[in-house]
Design a protein around this ligand. Sequence first.
Ligand SMILES: *Cc1c(COP(=O)(O)O)cnc(C)c1O
Length: 427
Amino acid sequence: MKTNSICVQGGYTPGNGEPRQIPIVQSTTFKYDTCEDMGALFDLEAEGYFYSRLQNPTNDLVAAKIAQLEGGTAAMLTGSGQAANFYAMFNICGCGEHIVASSSIYGGTYNLISVTMKKMGIDVTFVSPDATEEELNAAFRENTRLVFGETIANPALTVLDIEKFAKCAHAHGVPLIVDNTFATPVNCRPFEWGADIVTHSTTKYMDGHGAAVGGAIVDSGNFDWMAYADKYPGLCTPDESYHGVTYAERFGKGGAFITKCTAQLMRDLGSVQSPQSAFLLNLGLESLHVRMQRHCENGLAVAEFLSGHPAVAYVNYCSLPGNKYYELAKKYLPKGSCGVVSFGLKGGRKAAGVFMKSLKMASIATHVADARTCCLSPAITTHRQMNDRQLLEAGVPAELVRLSCGIEDKEDLLADVAQALEAASQS
Ligand SMILES: *Cc1c(COP(=O)(O)O)cnc(C)c1O
């Protein structure tokens, strides 16, 4: 099946007389006839369900669809995008080890790596998303265990040169983890360019309706853990907490990563997605391919309109010719990038405030990647404790507005932006 069909049909094929929509298995636990039956599950010897913190049939159907969409071998859902990124990294990197990460990533992930994981004894070297191979190679250490980046970074909208990052990661015998939230597998499949693990905040385009917080982790099945067994003892030596199972041996390249992540991290840390949320996520996935097309059309139309407007100082949108990342976007995102556009107003912080207040259809929200157009000014909201100089250093100048174009009618959206710009330029 092609991507468009997987969005609709992937993950679940009902048998004769079975429900057409995926069933919500709203049960914490599962019943067995004998202790031996259940014991085999606990030993990971048989497949099945015993407790929804570890696995749930509804979640597994949705995870299977996401694995198919990304072209991976296995996937799991998590309670949020934050949990997905933490689990994906912590599954192969622990105390005394080191991460190489693009500096252009979601603020929550930046904090997770630089503050919380740091407290756990994990070191990081941040590199520019534009780093040369030479600069990238210089960031690695003997104890580096993974490289991390975002296909299209939130909110900077930089595009990751996935092939280059993957090449450097592999030259140092470590996998590349790519957060593919903004592009979605409809617009980019990072495994095709050498990424090894993909993560998602399904809260964004995949759900797409602002209904359920969630995350996902997908394994390409390509990384040969056993070839670097000394680096990944968690995958390549017996797990005493699971009766001595060696994940990479028992489950192979295609299954080891997700099995360990479920059996250890989900077991010990929780962060499950509820089956209800997984059901809502699946409804979103059914129209993901249609929505992404419209998000991209609207995003490009708004970016073009803004770039020709006298009140606008600059526009960031990688699919707009002339953008710094246009060539990378053409390579990795030929069908379109996403609906998120950021821009600066010549009138600075004050004009940004008037622009946002004047929007009629678009709403002010901290959310992005939603069916409804929404708008945020970092200087006035998420970063309001910073002065103008600090804002500039953080890459979110005072006049910056982030507009997440929804799937409304293009003419209505452009008219709303036009009248708000008019108000802003008169302020
Ligand atoms: C929102 C977001 C996250 C965090 O996801 P939550 O679902 O909010 O926990 C991670 N990465 C990216 C790129 C995001 O946009």
